[in-house]
Design a protein around this ligand. Structure first.
Ligand SMILES: Cc1ncc(COP(=O)(O)O)c(C=O)c1O
Length: 373
């Protein structure tokens, strides 16, 4: 990548990440130890939940869905407008994902979810897309009426609020990702947030081979259940802890950059910023824009020209029902008009804390030029 190029993501890096990482290195434990515990403590203070740190957001979804499905093969409603892990982990936990269309803000909503509820439905996984809270009131109401659990895939929404309440604290469980692109970045990593301490204990067992160490004779252990190796290393936990401590600072910068994008986009009438009801309540993980009337083909041509000039824009998402692996999960006669129109029209702009105002000006100028070609 040349120096003039604008990557899609670049994790925030301060002296704190450097200092914590060096400490973890010098301590020579290197496995998941003290720094994982510190990270869990910091996240637990933030969310007021039991926190089990794991090796990725995908691992967090796998564990959370395993706990919620409890070995029963039930259906779980997920948005088609999401990353594959939201749905693949339903399958890996023994369930069947049922793909639902989304509303104008690209979230699940009662209108798209309710017709899919059947006696086989066990729960709903909601994604707070781009860092904006899904319509939690109506989704929680559905869960209550039909006796379903709610899992929040909170990977984008750190921090974000729905009617004053922090996203990640509504459902039976929530998951976070510390992937390099995310608001708390550590390269890889994730966490399960749980209200129930018995479930949290079970999640701790599952993330480390189902292994329980003997308290008096710690060289001995018993494999109580079959689990996975989903531990995070102390290196990643040290970086993630620094990011948690700088969360508000980093969020403030991303919100400011998002505001600059919104102002600059007034110069491009073809492009509409993603609709946000309250800029103070959004996590600002992604900055999606909508090119009304575009097609996926024209969008790809535009992005291809911009990439050739070093501007790395992206698409979040190609809806799951359009991927080969999800074909078996699409019901005949099922239609996804909202997600398909977004697939044609929505793309995402770089949004990371060290982005400069001049980057935004250059990108918007180039975007305007390319749209007018
Ligand atoms: C909505 C969503 N869910 C789950 C994941 C999976 O997280 P990870 O990459 O940490 O496994 C991601 C991101 O990658 C995501 O964007």
């Amino acid at each position: 990548m040349g120096p003039a190029e604008l990557p899609f993501h670049k994790p925030a890096l301060s002296e704190l990440e450097r200092a914590y990482l060096l400490q973890a290195l010098e301590e020579r434990y290197w496995g998941g130890g003290k720094w994982v515990e510190k990270l869990e403590h910091a996240l637990s203070e933030l969310y007021g939940r039991e926190v089990v740190v794991v090796s990725s957001g995908t691992a967090a979804l796998h564990i959370a869905l395993t706990l919620l499905l409890r070995g029963e093969a039930g259906e779980v409603i997920v948005p088609t407008w999401t990353f594959t892990a939201t749905a693949s982990e339903v399958v890996h936990a023994g369930g069947t994902p049922v793909l639902a269309d989304v509303n104008d803000t690209l979230h699940l909503c009662a209108e798209t979810v309710e017709p899919l509820i059947s006696p086989r439905t066990r729960g709903i996984v909601v994604v707070h897309y781009a860092g904006q809270a899904a319509p939690m009131g109506e989704l929680l109401d559905l869960c209550q009426r039909y006796g379903l659990w709610l899992l929040e895939d909170t990977c984008h929404a750190v921090p974000a609020y729905y009617e004053g309440q922090l996203c990640g604290t509504f459902g039976a469980a929530a998951t976070l990702s510390f992937h390099a692109t995310k608001p708390i970045a550590a390269g890889q990593g994730g966490a399960v947030l749980l209200a129930d301490s018995t479930l949290a204990e079970r999640a701790r067992l599952l993330r480390r081979h189902g292994m329980r160490r003997h308290v008096e004779s710690p060289w001995l252990y018993e494999i109580e259940t079959l689990g996975w190796n989903y531990m995070l290393s102390d290196f990643q936990a040290a970086i993630a802890l620094a990011q948690v401590e700088r969360l508000h600072l980093n969020w403030t910068r991303r919100r400011r950059l998002a505001q600059l994008y919104t102002e600059a986009l007034r110069l491009i009438p073809e492009l509409f910023p993603y609709p946000v009801s309250d800029t103070e309540k959004v996590g600002w993980h992604l900055y999606p824009v909508r090119w009304q009337g575009a097609t996926a083909e024209r969008r790809d041509q535009l992005l291809s020209r911009l990439w050739a000039q070093g501007f790395h824009l992206s698409v979040h998402y190609k809806p799951l029902h359009l991927h080969a692996a999800y074909r078996p999960y699409v019901r005949s006669h099922q239609r996804f008009p909202s997600a398909e129109s977004a697939w044609n029209e929505v793309f995402t702009l770089p949004l990371w804390v060290d982005l400069e105002e001049s980057h935004i000006e250059r990108l918007i100028e180039q975007l305007a030029n390319e749209l007018r070609r």
